[in-house]
Design a protein around this ligand. Structure first.
Ligand SMILES: *[C@@H]1O[C@H](CO)[C@@H](O)[C@H](O)[C@H]1NC(C)=O
Ligand SMILES: *[C@@H]1O[C@H](CO)[C@@H](O)[C@H](O)[C@H]1NC(C)=O
Ligand SMILES: *[C@@H]1O[C@H](CO)[C@@H](O)[C@H](O)[C@H]1NC(C)=O
Ligand SMILES: *[C@@H]1O[C@H](CO)[C@@H](O)[C@H](O)[C@H]1NC(C)=O
Ligand SMILES: *[C@@H]1O[C@H](CO)[C@@H](O)[C@H](O)[C@H]1NC(C)=O
Ligand SMILES: *[C@@H]1O[C@H](CO)[C@@H](O)[C@H](O)[C@H]1NC(C)=O
Length: 712
């Protein structure tokens, strides 16, 4: 950005001031004029200029006027310059030899050109810079070596250039950046070294550049920046990482540049901006996070304590689907927020409200869902200016498609809405290799804020902050998988839910080509069979949303011959059927809803054991207990609530009832003592060892839930 400013100044000046004639004996073909000229420090001069550009000359023309200050020899075929050819030009300040045929720096010798300030050698064929090759140019301020074929630079190549302010080494064939190169040039203010195939920046790489203000590292193949890479760059104000391969914000390295004002991270494969990525950068004014093909989410506290940040540009990120309501914390000066051309379906009011000085915002060219989350745009109390409001359209819901955001009757809408999982954040198929790690980012906008959990191929439910040696789910909804084996292959489903409902999205993960049998078999077995209970267990090879367990006696008489149903959350693979009749055959079935939205049922028949009379006394008569289960109960377990049970877009009712009271009310007085085990009956344990409450529904004979739990 600094560079741009400088360029602007000199361009403007050139166009404003006219060249004046210079009456001198001018070499044939060249043009001699006095032209306005600026030093690299932007000091104005009127420079006698000899312009011999574009003549395919193979050597420097003879008889150059000795007053020449600027000599332009661009686009010729000069491959060699001898000292005596230019040594009479004692006042030469700028020499342009760009686009010529130099291939060896030894063929270019200028000795004691004490007035030379600017030297252009860009677009030649130089491959190597030897030791001290510029010595004698003691006052040189700007050196262009970009667009050559430089592979090797001697550690002392720049020695003698003690006044050098700007060095352009971009677009060469460098594989590393030597820290010794910079030791002789501590005055350097601008270094452009992009477009070289350098993968890492070593620690202390620029340590001697204490005056450097702008560093351009664009278009390299940077994958990593060492934590101490920028140590010593105490005056650095601007840095560009444009177009690199950085998978993360180099946050540790950036902490070493306390004066940084402008940061360009555009075009890097960064997936998330996370807490700590931009924190305590006390002088940062402008930040660019544009053109990131992989960027998905700006997470909680992603920008934290940036007291001078006034402008944030986050545009043209085709997968950017989510900005956390608390993405910005302590960013008091932000005035301009550019969020156009992303995949954002909404933006939380809270995100905007956290920016008290915000003046303008652009959200056009996003697939905006015109429902409750984005309602605030119409009650825009902060008088924020929308940039290009005429091209800010709704994508959803269908009735408002293509309508301008300004014209949507938000006031008539409810302030709650279903979560919708962003489609761009993770693919529906993914190939991993054994021992890889993987992150799957699930994000959804909704009002209220949704909660997100994942269901693994074995049906385990992974909540936020639950960790195992294989999985971790972060609160934002990212599922991390570590050290993948073929056991982790299968279908993973993200569920986002709030009071209103839920949305799901799945991804098949193939591991080194392996994908588990997708026959969707349900294997039922009964690891515990007693007189009064059967523990039913099942293995499901595919990913499911929910399952129901039903059981009925195959032999009982009419009144007892009812079918009981228990609804079991995804992740539960066991169900303890209690209060059964002894020595009775039961048909036990598991009904499963697959993520792919079809159902399957699997049943077994098992006979309970004969009653053991010794223990039978306290067990009470089974018959009456079974009538009890007829009662339809909605169990709301506080945290592990059943909101997660529902399938796409359905509303699930959760009634906050006390099960104990409910049960007690409907029990015959004589049975009061047994309800704790009965309570237990409605719990199951999933593979993570968590107890999950189970919702019980619909039996043919039972009273309605209302009457069962009424007056509670
Ligand atoms: C070089 O510049 C100096 C200072 O401006 C001037 O006095 C001198 O005449 C110039 N020399 C030539 C050869 O033009
Ligand atoms: C990954 O799993 C393999 C096989 O289970 C094990 O040998 C290895 O130590 C694990 N590596 C890590 C980093 O957990
Ligand atoms: C599905 O099951 C059948 C029979 O058990 C088996 O032959 C077949 O290979 C299975 N399909 C897949 C895709 O594994
Ligand atoms: C069913 O009822 C009949 C008579 O009503 C009785 O004889 C029979 O034992 C009962 N069967 C079971 C399994 O309870
Ligand atoms: C199943 O329930 C019965 C009766 O409440 C109990 O005795 C048994 O221990 C339970 N089994 C499991 C595995 O929870
Ligand atoms: C489970 O039971 C509920 C309520 O009876 C029903 O809506 C749902 O479709 C059932 N699910 C399966 C997989 O059978």
């Amino acid at each position: 950005m600094l560079l741009k400013e400088y360029m602007f100044i000199s361009l403007a000046a050139v166009t404003l001031t006219q060249a004046i004639p210079w009456h001198v004996k001018c070499p044939d073909v060249c043009v001699c004029e006095v032209k306005p000229w600026f030093t690299p420090r932007s000091m104005y001069r009127e420079a006698p200029t000899v312009d011999c550009n574009d003549f395919l000359m193979t050597q420097v023309p003879a008889n150059l006027p000795e007053e020449t200050q600027t000599l332009l020899l661009q686009s010729n075929r000069i491959a060699k310059i001898k000292p005596e050819e230019l040594e009479h030009l004692v006042n030469l300040t700028e020499l342009d030899l760009s686009q010529n045929s130099f291939s060896r720096i030894e063929d270019f010798t200028l000795k004691n050109m004490l007035n030379l300030l600017v030297l252009h050698l860009e677009e030649n064929q130089l491959t190597e810079l030897s030791a001290g090759c510029f010595s004698g140019l003691t006052n040189l301020q700007e050196l262009y070596l970009n667009h050559n074929q430089l592979i090797t630079i001697s550690p002392t190549a720049f020695s003698g250039l003690e006044s050098l302010l700007r060095l352009h080494l971009n677009s060469n064939k460098l594989r590393t950046i030597g820290s010794e190169w910079f030791e002789p040039i501590p005055s350097l203010e601008i270094l452009t070294i992009g477009e070289n195939a350098v993968e890492t920046i070593q620690n202390m790489n620029f340590k001697s550049l204490i005056n450097l203000r702008s560093l351009v590292l664009s278009g390299m193949s940077l994958k990593e920046i060492s934590d101490h890479a920028f140590e010593g760059l105490e005056n650095l104000e601007s840095i560009s990482f444009y177009d690199n391969k950085l998978p993360k914000v180099p946050k540790m390295a950036l902490r070493k540049v306390p004066d940084l004002k402008f940061l360009d991270l555009n075009k890097n494969p960064i997936q998330r901006i996370q807490q700590g990525d931009f924190t305590d950068m006390l002088h940062l004014k402008e930040l660019g996070i544009n053109n990131m093909e992989e960027l998905i989410s700006i997470d909680k506290f992603a920008l934290d304590n940036l007291p001078e940040l006034t402008k944030l540009e986050v545009t043209n990120n085709p997968k950017l689907s989510y900005i956390h309501p608390s993405a910005f914390r302590l960013v008091p000066q932000m005035e301009t927020l550019m969020l156009n051309n992303n995949a954002l379906s909404a933006l939380y009011r809270k995100t905007i409200e956290s920016l008290s000085k915000l003046q303008e915002i652009s959200i056009h060219s996003n697939p905006i869902r015109c429902d409750c989350v984005i309602r605030w745009v119409n009650t825009n109390e902060n008088h924020i200016r929308f940039i290009e409001p005429q091209s800010t359209f709704c994508m959803d819901p269908p009735e408002f498609k293509s309508q301008n955001l300004r014209d949507v009757p938000f006031r008539e809408m409810t302030d709650r809405c279903l979560p919708l999982i962003s489609t761009e954040t993770f693919p529906s198929h993914l190939d991993a290799a054994v021992s890889d790690s993987l992150s799957l980012h699930c994000r959804a906008f909704a009002e209220p804020d949704p909660e997100i959990y994942w269901v693994t191929p074995s049906g385990d439910r992974l909540q936020a902050d639950s960790t195992s040696d294989k999985y971790r789910v972060q609160p934002e909804g990212t599922l991390e998988m570590f050290n993948i084996t073929i056991n982790e292959a299968g279908l993973y489903t993200c569920v986002a839910h709030n009071l209103v409902g839920a949305d799901t999205k799945s991804v098949t993960v193939r591991v080194s080509g392996f994908y588990p049998d997708d026959n969707e078999s349900i294997q039922l077995y009964a690891p515990e069979v007693e007189a009064h209970h059967i523990l039913l267990s099942w293995i499901i090879t595919s990913n499911i949303i929910a399952s129901n367990v039903t059981w009925s006696s195959t032999t009982s008489n009419s009144s007892l011959n009812s079918v009981f149903t228990a609804r079991v959350p995804a992740g539960v693979h066991k169900y303890n059927l209690t209060h059964l009749e002894p020595f009775t055959e039961y048909a036990l079935c598991v009904h499963v809803s697959y993520v792919q939205l079809h159902n399957k049922i699997s049943c077994i028949r098992i006979r309970t054991k004969e009653a053991n009379l010794a223990t039978g006394t306290s067990e009470i008569r089974v018959q009456s207990l079974i009538t009890l289960t007829v009662c339809v109960l909605f169990v709301a377990a506080s945290v592990l609530s059943l909101r997660g049970l529902m399938s796409t877009g359905q509303r699930v009712q959760v009634k906050q009832r006390s099960l104990a009271t409910c049960v007690q009310k409907n029990l015959p007085a004589s049975m009061n003592g047994i309800y704790p085990p009965f309570l237990k009956h409605w719990e199951a344990t999933n593979n993570l060892g968590k107890t999950i409450a189970v919702e019980v529904q619909s039996t043919p004979l039972g009273p309605s839930p209302a009457s069962c739990c009424e007056g509670n």
